[in-house]
Design a protein around this ligand. Structure first.
Ligand SMILES: Cc1cc2nc3c(=O)[nH]c(=O)nc-3n(C[C@H](O)[C@H](O)[C@H](O)COP(=O)(O)O)c2cc1C
Length: 403
């Protein structure tokens, strides 16, 4: 993927609240190679169900990430041409060179057919440039059926799914996204990395938590470093990158080839500008004022409205409001009104009524978004007994995309 001209507030003259926070120049991080695809900067927007729709991807892209993964798409729903799913597998107009799709599936045949359908036909005229496979989801409705983060435990089935995807994808790079394991006693990442590499995966992303940890505590990056030692394909580090400096630290501490950023960009899409700057060896960081944040909020809602219609788009935008305003001094009546906003004009009016103020630096460094406490992982009966059982779990296919 060639470096793009930023279409949004990327250069310093228009970049929100740009400050230089360090005097010393930093070391640049090399672009990431995924097969024939070059990702520059080596920064990936993590797939997040309900968040990384075309509007959010466009917004993040305007600030500067390298690759932006869409919401999780269920392979069964895709091959059955479920209307809602086909709607979700949509590239934004600016993604013709880098449309990235995450697939979920538990049956190698279905996953293979879904990848083939995407690669051969494209969807809405767009062929993906990258396919990611979800082996990290910890949600009970998924793991209870043996999917997501439960699946790599069944290593033969895992191998068959990756094999089917890579074969069907031909020249399109396929990557694998996973967690450390099911829990501390059932660690899967090293086997998963070796198998993914043997089957031709272009990279593996490792979230430094086990499934039973959900989003609790602090991500453990040590397994990311061990995986870098274990495999020759690029390893992407994931978990608790809240600031650009966390990403630089993750690269330095683990040797990972790139970072995957999820919750850190919720209500802060300009984080990708910071990451792009940091990975290019520059020291600029954004600390937008409330007025500048309000402009980004309005842009986000406008993109959602263009995609879904004004009412639906504004309804979808409501969940982002608290993330954007985290730490700012905003009256509870205005927050309540923003939580039920249903037109762009109303949004603009409410935002205009909030006095401008500097960025609340106390909220830097996270966490933000989900922080769910640990919980034992729901698994199918007998799931742990035979790691080499190749059979897809019965009745495990989900029909709903987007988690
Ligand atoms: C709201 C939400 C939805 C998510 N949906 C997905 C998903 O569909 N597929 C996936 O692989 N991971 C999903 N994740 C996990 C993230 O991609 C990422 O691995 C995780 O949040 C850890 O990274 P972070 O600390 O940067 O947030 C989701 C996370 C959140 C918070």
């Amino acid at each position: 993927m060639p470096p793009r001209e930023a279409s949004g507030p990327r250069d310093e003259s228009t970049y929100p609240g740009t400050v230089t926070i360090a005097a010393e120049p930093e070391t640049a991080v090399a672009p990431l190679r995924l097969g024939s695809l070059t990702v520059e900067p080596a920064v990936v927007l993590a797939p997040m169900a309900g968040i990384t729709n075309p509007a959010f991807r466009t917004l993040c892209r305007e600030f500067g990430a390298g690759l932006y993964v869409c919401e999780m798409i269920t392979t069964r729903a895709l091959v059955e041409r479920n209307e809602k799913t086909l709607q979700m597998v949509r590239a934004t107009p600016d993604e013709t060179d880098a449309f990235s799709v995450q697939l979920y599936g538990v049956d190698p045949a279905t996953v293979g057919r879904a990848v083939q359908m995407l690669v051969d036909e494209g969807v809405a005229g767009t062929r993906p440039a990258h396919v990611d496979l979800n082996f990290g989801c910890p949600v009970p409705k998924v793991t209870r059926k043996g999917g997501g983060s439960a699946l790599p435990w069944r290593r033969v089935l895992f191998r068959d799914i990756v094999r089917a995807a890579v074969r069907a994808a031909r020249d399109v790079p396929v990557t694998v996204k996973t967690r450390i394991g099911i829990d501390a006693d059932h660690v899967t990442y090293a086997d998963a990395g070796r198998i993914a590499q043997d089957e031709g995966a272009a990279a593996i992303t490792l979230h430094g938590r086990t499934a039973d940890q959900l989003y609790s505590g602090v991500a453990d990056w040590a397994p990311i470093a061990r995986l870098v030692e274990t495999v020759d394909i690029p390893v992407l580090g994931n978990g608790d990158v809240w600031e650009a400096d966390d990403a630089l630290r993750m690269v330095a501490e683990t040797g990972c080839a790139g970072v995957v950023v999820g919750r850190g960009c919720l209500g802060r899409p300009w984080l990708f500008g910071d990451l792009a700057a940091a990975f290019a060896g520059r020291t600029q960081r954004a600390l937008p004022t409330l007025r500048e944040v309000a402009a980004v909020m309005h842009r986000h809602a406008t993109l959602l409205a263009a995609e879904q219609g004004e009412r639906h788009g504004c309804t979808d935008f409501r969940k982002h409001v608290a993330w954007y305003l985290k730490g700012f001094s905003v009256g509870s009546d205005v927050r309540r009104a923003l939580a039920v906003v249903d037109s762009l004009d109303e949004l603009a009016e409410l935002l205009a009524g909030i006095p401008d103020q500097p960025y609340p630096t106390a909220v830097l460094g996270g966490p933000r978004g989900r922080t769910s406490p640990p919980r034992p992982v729901a698994l199918p009966e007998g799931w742990l007994a035979d790691r080499d059982d190749p059979r897809p779990p019965a009745g495990a296919e989900l029909l709903v995309s987007g988690g």
